[in-house]
Design a protein around this ligand. Structure first.
Ligand SMILES: Nc1ncnc2c1ncn2[C@@H]1O[C@H](COP(=O)(O)OP(=O)(O)O)[C@@H](O)[C@H]1O
Ligand SMILES: [Mg+2]
Length: 157
């Protein structure tokens, strides 16, 4: 069997929003990420500051929901993660489902756990460029831990 890594993998930024902790389902969401075969290379719990929230959601500044979004994302602890794997950005987005949980495909995280757009429990980067920026907003380079797992050849051919 080949040694891992066979080829460089994408990285994406994932965050379980405050309601994930309040509702006690962070473990279930992290378990989905792990079961898929994606690798957690950084994880921390934090309360996001107003400045970081505005930076993270900068593209939405000025939109009608922006102020509420900043209030909501800073209202309690979140879990921030950097995730590595094949096509990690689009793979995580597919696992999350659409922004509006009632329109999300059945079985996705948002369809399974959520009702409202303003309580959609998970964030995932929407492109490689955003992923790099968002990971940099939340983690120092030395907090990203590259490691190999013995299961790797059983996840990737
Ligand atoms: N119309 C809206 N009403 C309330 N909240 C919204 C609305 N649009 C977006 N949001 C919130 O802002 C977050 C960021 O929006 P967006 O980047 O468009 O979605 P996504 O999180 O799916 O990438 C959403 O996850 C959601 O929590
Ligand atoms: Mg987005």
């Amino acid at each position: 069997m080949p040694d891992y890594p066979v080829k460089p993998m994408e990285r994406t930024f994932v965050m379980i929003k405050p309601e994930g902790l309040q509702r006690g389902v962070t473990g279930e969401i992290i378990a989905r990420i792990e079961k898929k075969g994606l690798k957690i290379i950084a994880m921390k719990m934090l309360v996001i500051s107003g400045d970081l929230a505005k930076k993270h959601y900068g593209e939405h500044a000025g939109k009608p929901f922006f102020e509420n979004l900043v209030k909501y994302i800073t209202c309690g602890p979140v879990i921030a993660m950097a995730i590595e794997g094949k096509n990690a950005v689009s793979t995580v987005r597919a696992m999350m489902g659409s922004t509006d949980p009632l329109k999300a495909e059945q079985g996705t995280i948002r369809a399974t756990y959520c009702m409202d757009m303003g309580r959609n429990i998970i964030h995932g980067s929407d492109s490689l460029t955003s992923a790099e920026r968002e990971i940099g907003n939340f983690f120092k380079p030395d907090e990203l831990i590259g490691y190999s797992r013995s299961i790797e050849p059983w996840v990737y051919e």
